[in-house]
Design a protein around this ligand. Structure first.
Ligand SMILES: NC(=O)c1ccc[n+]([C@@H]2O[C@H](COP(=O)([O-])OP(=O)(O)OC[C@H]3O[C@@H](n4cnc5c(N)ncnc54)[C@H](OP(=O)(O)O)[C@@H]3O)[C@@H](O)[C@H]2O)c1
Length: 285
């Protein structure tokens, strides 16, 4: 851990899912902007990646925890408390999807996904908002998806979890405006983005597999960071086409969007998902 540049004046940010993809880019932006970081990931990769943030002068508290489990959420919040410092920003970003037909997919896996994508966000938001309200200030970024604005066949459980986080963020924002005006909530709705997300979801055999045109995770994270710092209620992350898709999705009928989405997410061959490429869970979590 690099303590060379550390002063206790540096603000502290929590970023979940900081070991890869959009969360990693967000954590980099915080480090460059002068924040120290509680950076979390599911695998032990988070410990190796901490050095990338330290290079930008951040003091990093890496936490390996499975947020699909209550214990993982407790571990993460404990790590924030252990710093003994006020939390100025929180990015609730860790999430995943599962591709394939609901007829074929595994229920336990889907319940695990729901626990990660929704339950962990609520469970972590609770101590975060109370802490920030007590300190009278703070910024919260909650990662949703443009999948919140359309049915998501062949990711049938994933889309609803992102609709949940979008609505949760907008609802919480209004409450905090009334009860804790110094605390803002921003939702980030990325379009398809270049990360390990679709491979991890077993979607390599769909139109979102290798070679698919996706948004840059650097750009998506930058848009999310800017919206957070500007206190906006939400931002669609991605290029102009992504933003237009989000816009028209607000008025198009659900069956039309469902059929269009299925063309993108339907597995090409058997209708069954490809084997996911996930790092094995670390022992003792
Ligand atoms: N990529 C897209 O196309 C896209 C589009 C819209 C929305 N999003 C949303 O953006 C967020 C980040 O996705 P991404 O594209 O950056 O995905 P990613 O590259 O797969 O990164 C996912 C991050 O979440 C962590 N994570 C996964 N399962 C976890 C668990 N059970 N407990 C704790 N941490 C866990 C991973 O840790 P390890 O590296 O240690 O596994 C990693 O840091 C997700 O909420 C996703 O829904 C993504």
């Amino acid at each position: 851990m690099n303590t060379t540049h550390h002063t206790s004046e540096r603000p502290l940010a929590l970023v979940t899912g900081a070991s890869g993809g959009i969360g990693y880019q967000l954590a980099l932006l915080f480090a460059r902007d002068g924040y120290d970081l509680v950076a979390t990931g599911r695998s032990d990769k988070i410990h190796r990646i901490a050095a990338d943030f330290e290079q930008h002068g951040a003091r990093v508290f890496p936490v390996q925890a499975d947020l699909a489990e209550r214990e993982g959420v407790r571990t993460v919040w404990q790590a924030v408390q252990d710093t003994g410092r006020p939390l100025r920003a929180a990015v609730l970003n860790a999430g995943r999807s599962i591709g394939g037909a609901f007829l074929d997919t595994d229920l336990d896996d889907e319940l695990d996904l729901i626990a990660l994508n929704t339950t962990s966000v609520v469970s972590l938001a609770k101590p975060v908002v109370r802490h920030m309200a007590e300190h009278g200030r703070g910024r919260i970024l909650i990662t949703s998806s443009i999948s919140a604005l359309t049915p998501t066949p062949y990711e049938t459980v994933y889309g609803p979890t992102r609709a949940f986080t979008y609505s949760f963020a907008e609802s919480l924002r209004q409450e905090l405006k009334e009860r804790a005006p110094g605390v803002t909530v921003t939702a980030l709705l990325p379009g398809a983005t270049d990360s390990d997300f679709h491979a991890n979801a077993g979607m390599s055999n769909t139109s979102l597999g290798p070679g698919a045109k996706k948004n840059s995770r650097v750009e998506v994270a930058a848009q999310g960071f800017r919206a957070l710092m500007a206190g906006k209620h939400h931002v669609v992350g991605g290029d102009l086409a992504t933003k237009l898709t989000a816009l028209v999705n607000r008025i198009l009928p659900e069956p039309f969007k469902a059929a269009r989405q299925a063309r993108v997410t339907r597995p090409r061959d058997t209708g069954r998902p490809a084997a996911p490429h996930r790092e094995p869970a670390a022992p003792g979590r």
